[in-house]
Write a protein that binds this ligand. Structure first.
Ligand code: FRU
Length: 701
């Protein structure tokens, strides 16, 4: 659904194409054409997003002298349309001592427009912008104002600008919050990423920040942005294995009416769905003091009510005694009695067996699928299945798979952690079918963490979720929203990267890109309010040539399992495809396809109701053993039975939206420059590509 007041707002701003302040070519290999990148050097989280003085201001974590995450300062870009950005000089540099050594890095935070000059930091002429950021002190030191801080301490500081965010002055009283209050004072080393907003009902500023290591957010209020009063904390809840970072808290009205709700978003790293970094959210209420999540937004850590246990390993009996068939190191083995964080069972399938190098397979007895979900906890190495190598000598997977008719219909690998997270497979389209569960460990551990563990396997009527993931891909992190836009135009920016490999991606002379800003809304999905996201309404400003408009029911079947869409090709595309499922297991699009089977697969699997992106053959993945993978998001077909998929393709990424923003998967890819093809496919059966629109996207540089 389109956000009307958002459109009006953006349309009134008009389009101002801008030219970067720097003279880089922007033609380097993998340089995004329409996603923001700094000309040179490292960038991570978006910071200080605010609409002020007619500009969308975007600050970000920036290393002014290198392409890895060091020396963080606030870099700066601004623009008129959320698409074209002018890069400006560093806004808030890291602090150095007389010897030139960094003593305080400027970590993530937010910015507000202090219209009443509540802070007294204005110049009497215009409302100051006040940045509220996290310190990251690198050395024990006594600050000029007499406050003593120690190495490793974080905390909250402010800076102000009266020239629209170009130049900033740090407040002399910094840090304004040196340590969190009791009983959290021992968390001063992991207290960061303040997001501040004006809370109109209380006539005060409210801040939400992360107590990263204890998986809480902490809320404060202030009249002047300098003196902060502790309000409350929220957490731990849902995904908690890793650090909580970059929280945001904002109101949003459900689509189609209903009472205003509050959304708390929070990053987690490394415990995201696909190993590494990800963004989760909670829907609930904020009363000016506390955030309370709705009960259906918080997921139990115990098995779903009414679930049947398919296989309970707690007896410790051998796999053979339980009717399972082991090969390799699984032959003659038994479930392991272990205490793994997050695990609700004492005995788990652990493929460590005789050591990390152990390999083997374990096949369950056959069963008939009679409930819509299969749930289990899984942990361990992240080694996804690659259909091209599965079962061959180069297979490296460590996975648990669902087999139906001899084919793998669901495959899940470890979360990269020594802790277990819930995963749930939708099998509603497979009722009555005979199935097996197979655990495959083909990984010899030579590249680390070559085993997985799997807990009791359950059949349930409702999925057992771990978290509400904002985006189910690997590359959408540190997501925060703009201040000072109307509530109906709530707009988020995510860093399109992942700490697991972010510092070794093969780009130069910059590293890090931002996703296209997204409009957020709330929609009632499966009886719960869920965040829905779509590319910002201004995106059509980047449309170049219309390459294709509707293909008129193109059949994909055994005779034509793949059809090249000749008129659609390129490295920068906006594609909207509308499919009608037939009997095919999966159908979708290959983008950036080229020689030697290189392609990124974007598709849908109707029986398992999943949207997916597969980057196992998408191009260069040599820089990190954890980069390849297949990422899934739950998605029901639209009401008319069609499956609609929108894909933004750029030089080094795909952003995929399904079902009008109900599901999103964002992934970086590093294909050859010559891989520009697009084809439609259906596997094992038929589907119809009912219609497809495709635009070439303009370069923003
Ligand atoms: C998230 C994060 C933040 C921190 C910043 C440092 O990606 O770790 O918690 O403020 O990056 O650059």
């Amino acid at each position: 659904m389109v956000n009307r007041s958002g459109i009006a707002l953006f349309a009134s701003l008009g389009l101002l194409a801008t030219v970067s302040a720097r003279a880089e070519s922007y033609k380097e290999p993998y340089r995004p054409a329409f996603h923001y990148t700094p000309a040179v050097n490292w960038m991570n989280d978006p910071n200080g997003l605010i609409f002020a003085d007619g500009f969308f201001q975007m600050f970000y974590q920036y290393n002014p002298v290198g392409t890895v995450a060091e020396n963080q300062a606030w870099g700066h870009a601004r623009g008129r349309d959320l698409l074209h950005w002018t890069e400006l000089p560093v806004a808030i540099p890291a602090v150095r001592n007389a010897a030139g050594q960094y003593t305080d890095l400027i970590f993530s935070g937010s910015a507000v427009q202090d219209r009443q000059n509540s802070s007294g930091l204005g110049d009497g002429r215009r409302a100051p912008l006040v940045a509220v950021y996290a310190n990251n002190y690198l050395a024990d030191q006594t600050l000029p104002n007499g406050q003593h801080v120690v190495a490793g301490q974080q905390g909250v500081s402010i800076a102000s600008s009266t020239d629209g965010g170009i130049s900033w002055s740090n407040y002399a009283g910094n840090p304004v919050i040196a340590v969190p209050p009791a009983p959290y004072a021992d968390q001063a080393g992991a207290f960061r990423d303040p997001k501040v907003f004006w809370y109109a009902p209380g006539h005060e500023w409210v801040m939400v920040a992360a107590l990263s290591n204890i998986h809480r957010v902490i809320l404060y209020a202030s009249d002047n942005l300098k003196d902060w009063r502790f309000l409350s904390t929220f957490g731990p809840a849902n995904a908690v294995f890793g650090a909580w970072e970059c929280p945001d808290l904002f109101p949003l009205r459900p689509q189609g009416g209903g009472a205003e709700k509050w959304v708390l978003m929070v990053g987690i790293n490394p415990g995201a769905e696909y190993a590494g970094s990800g963004t989760q959210y909670f829907v609930g209420e904020f009363d000016g003091k506390s955030f309370t999540a709705d009960p259906d937004s918080v997921h139990a850590t115990t098995p779903p009510a009414g679930a049947e246990i398919f296989q309970d390993f707690s007896s410790g009996q051998s796999y053979a005694a339980l009717g399972w068939t082991g090969t390799g190191a699984f032959a003659g083995a038994s479930p392991a009695a272990e205490t793994i964080p997050g695990s609700v069972t004492g005995h788990v399938i652990d493929s460590f067996l005789t050591g990390d190098s152990a390999v083997g397979t374990l096949l369950s007895p056959a069963f008939t699928i009679d409930k819509p979900f299969i749930d289990f906890q899984i942990g361990g190495g992240s080694w996804p299945r690659d259909p091209a190598t599965a079962g061959t000598a180069s297979d490296k997977e460590a996975t648990v798979n669902l087999l139906v008719d001899g084919r793998v219909v669901h495959s899940t690998t470890g979360n990269g952690l020594g802790a277990m997270s819930w995963r749930s497979w939708d099998v509603s389209g497979l009722r009555g079918r005979k199935a097996w569960i197979e655990v495959i460990d083909a990984n010899d551990g030579a590249q680390g963490f070559g085993h997985i563990f799997v807990g009791d396997i359950l059949f349930s009527d409702t999925p057992q979720l771990e978290a509400n993931w904002l985006d189910h891909g690997p590359d959408f992190y540190a997501t925060v929203t703009f201040n000072d836009l109307p509530e109906s135009a709530r707009t988020a920016v995510g860093w399109m990267n992942n700490w697991n490999y972010g510092q070794v991606i093969p780009t130069s002379p910059w590293r890090g890109q931002m996703a296209i800003p997204r409009s957020l809304s709330l929609r009632n999905t499966d009886g719960r309010l869920a965040l829905v996201q779509n590319p910002v309404e201004t995106l059509p400003l980047l449309h170049g040539a219309l390459l294709e408009r509707s293909v008129g029911n193109m059949a994909l079947d055994a005779e034509h399992p793949t059809r090249t869409l000749d008129r659609i090709s390129g490295r920068q595309l906006d594609i909207s495809a509308d499919f009608v499922p037939g009997g095919a297991d999966t159908f979708g699009l290959h983008v950036r396809s080229g020689a030697n089977g290189e392609r990124t697969e974007i598709g849908y699997s109707p029986r398992t109701r999943t949207l997916f992106v597969d980057r196992t053959r998408s191009g260069d993945a040599s820089f990190s053993s954890g980069f390849k993978g297949r990422f899934e998001a739950p998605l029901a077909p639209d009401r008319d039975g069609h499956v609609r998929i929108r894909v933004l393709v750029d030089t080094s990424s795909v952003e995929v939206f399904g079902g009008d923003g109900a599901a999103a998967i964002t992934a970086q890819i590093f294909p050859s420059a010559g891989s520009v093809g697009v084809d439609a496919f259906a596997e094992n059966g038929s589907a119809v590509l009912h219609a497809i629109d495709a635009w070439a996207m303009r370069d923003i540089h």
